[in-house]
Write a protein that binds this ligand. Structure first.
Ligand code: GLC
Ligand code: CA
Length: 557
């Protein structure tokens, strides 16, 4: 594998709306981010991915862009953005933005013009079809946020447009070369400004199976999941390669694809040496336990499920490319609340989960608040939900016959709001996020879980993440941590997740006892040094490691 500038780095996702509010309007902003760059540097972060800050009606929290060339005033100004790029540069940090080009906002000029003249130039930027009241819609696809993915074109009773996400997110027609050229122009404009690259949103959806048609219904609503169409669609890499040639490759930009439902044979084209992305996220663990029926039918994730999925996902790309590893993002519940069993969420188990994920081969991405072990934030009523997915899934659960309390419990666990509550900086009002009223409630546990309490405490979750990042940079071990082959160790031993990272010179053994009870692990050979440990001690005698409950360690062999 060719070595790339970003391989040894550590990445961090900021959800700007909830990170730090500089002017007291309750909404996090760019000046808030600038004020925290030193904090991120101290943690050891190199690459910062910002969820969307472009001009947007925020129907899907910025993933609905109405102008790709401006900053939404709620987040700041273009001058603030330029200052952020400059300040990051001074600190040798890299800023990556979200690239949302499967769709734009219905308030984007392109869509407004398409509504004015559906048969004209801008009509061809979208998927617009004729339709008459009483007829079936052009296809029976269910949008990701629920309901049919066709909506009446404003101002036209006999036309509908396609939106695989929210109706305020019309899909862009990538078959149209003029649209593609507009997208590339915009990407280059941002790269020219000094951006290091992009996280690429929902990208698998840009290629539709043509001609658009129905698939067998999979729920009582008579609709089918978009995945059926995606399975059939081929040829996406032609678009992606063209985009990479016209933009990213010219700048050696870093790109992380948000890719679901990819086909095995596409992997080298996605993340191989000549791939169209630098990397893509490993979502195998996040998808565990999910059900086609909806969140209400999801099963809890066990240690065995997690381990198998992680090993398989990494084996699948071995020798091909680098995955990006996450335990959570702005679309997921908090990892510690999702993967750790109820009643077992504590600092030790949080470090185990973080450590097992961070030490896997690939690029580690931390999501804001993960470094202090932020947890899910429970709803007391559905009225507290902001997330459009949560509201849809609540309805899906009620339709399936669940009581209101059961439906609330189902969305409570999976809601995207869990990860979107404000960052917990300290124990002052609103966790130090804002002096005003936060746009989304602060998790009431902030008095206990906050950065100020953890920053100077040597055994805190935060200090542990710092150690993980330091190890990744340690000249003696970096080669093994970054490039070492990931080989499972004793994969059949229950509730043990263990793997080697076999570098050219160093071999590391990562051990995690994923249960509250102690467990013994036969060691593969003599231990040279204990590099990381989430417990005060580690018992290594007679070739056996006696791990305490939730103990995690990295050993140099
Ligand atoms: C991605 C984003 C998510 C958004 C969706 C539509 O999955 O991560 O937040 O809702 O795309 O843009
Ligand atoms: Ca603000």
């Amino acid at each position: 594998m060719e070595k790339k500038w970003w391989h040894g780095k550590t990445a961090y996702q900021i959800y700007p709306k909830s990170f730090c509010d500089s002017n007291g309007d309750g909404i996090g902003d760019l000046r808030g981010i600038i004020s925290k760059l030193d904090y991120l540097k101290e943690l050891g972060v190199d690459i910062v991915w910002l969820s969307p800050i472009y001009k947007s009606p925020l129907a899907d929290q910025g993933y609905d862009i109405s102008d790709y060339y401006s900053i939404d005033p709620r987040f700041g100004t273009m001058e603030d953005m330029e200052e952020l790029l400059e300040e990051a540069n001074k600190r040798e940090m890299f800023i990556v933005m979200d690239l949302v080009v499967n769709h734009c906002s219905d308030e984007h000029e392109w869509f407004q013009k398409a509504c004015e003249d559906p048969d004209g130039r801008f009509g061809k930027y979208f998927y617009i079809r004729d339709w008459h009241e009483g007829e079936p819609l052009p296809t029976n696809w269910r949008s990701y946020f629920g309901g049919p993915c066709w909506e009446k074109l404003p101002g036209h009773d006999d036309k509908v447009y396609l939106h695989v996400f929210h109706k305020k997110q019309p899909d862009l027609n990538w078959e149209n070369p003029e649209l593609r050229a507009e997208v590339y122009k915009m990407i280059n404009w941002w790269l020219e400004k000094g951006l290091a690259g992009f996280r690429i949103d929902a990208i698998i959806n840009i290629k539709k199976a043509l001609p658009l048609h129905d698939y067998p219904a999979d729920r009582d609503d008579g609709l089918c999941a978009i995945q059926r169409m995606l399975e059939e669609a081929t040829g996406i890499t032609e678009f992606l390669n063209e985009m990479a040639d016209e933009t990213f490759r010219k700048w050696d930009a870093f790109t992380a694809g948000e890719v679901f439902d990819e086909k095995d044979e596409e992997l080298p084209q996605f993340i191989g040496d000549r791939g169209c992305f630098s990397t893509m996220f490993d979502f195998a663990e996040n998808l565990l336990g999910r059900s086609d029926k909806g969140w209400y039918d999801a099963q809890p994730v066990t240690a065995e499920m997690y381990k198998k999925a992680a090993f398989q996902a990494h084996k699948r790309v071995e020798g091909i490319g680098f995955l990006s590893n996450i335990i959570e993002n702005h679309d997921e519940p908090r990892g510690v609340s999702h993967y750790l069993p109820e009643g077992q969420v504590n600092e030790r188990s949080k470090k185990l989960l973080g450590g097992l994920n961070f030490m896997m081969k690939g690029l580690p991405f931390l999501y804001q608040g993960q470094e202090i072990g932020m947890e899910n934030c429970h709803y007391t009523s559905i009225d507290e939900a902001d997330d459009i997915s949560a509201l849809d899934q609540y309805r899906v659960a009620l339709d399936a016959g669940l009581s209101e309390a059961e439906a609330l419990a189902a969305v409570d666990h999976h809601s995207r709001d869990n990860a979107r509550t404000p960052f917990q900086w300290d124990d002052s009002p609103n966790a130090g996020f804002t002096t005003g009223t936060p746009w989304l409630r602060v998790n009431p546990n902030y008095k206990r879980v906050n950065l100020a309490e953890q920053r100077d405490r040597a055994d805190s979750v935060w200090s542990f993440y710092r150690q993980l990042i330091e190890l990744r940079r340690n000249p003696e071990y970096a080669e093994a941590v970054v490039y070492g082959e990931m080989v499972p160790y004793l994969p059949e031993q229950k509730n043990l997740m263990a793997y080697f990272r076999k570098g050219e010179e160093k071999t590391l053994l990562v051990l995690g006892n994923w249960q509250p009870d102690p467990q013994e692990v036969v060691l593969p050979g003599p231990v040279e040094e204990v590099l990381l440990n989430n417990c005060p001690g580690l018992c290594l005698t007679d070739g056996v490691a006696r791990l305490e409950g939730w103990q995690f360690a990295v050993l140099a062999l």
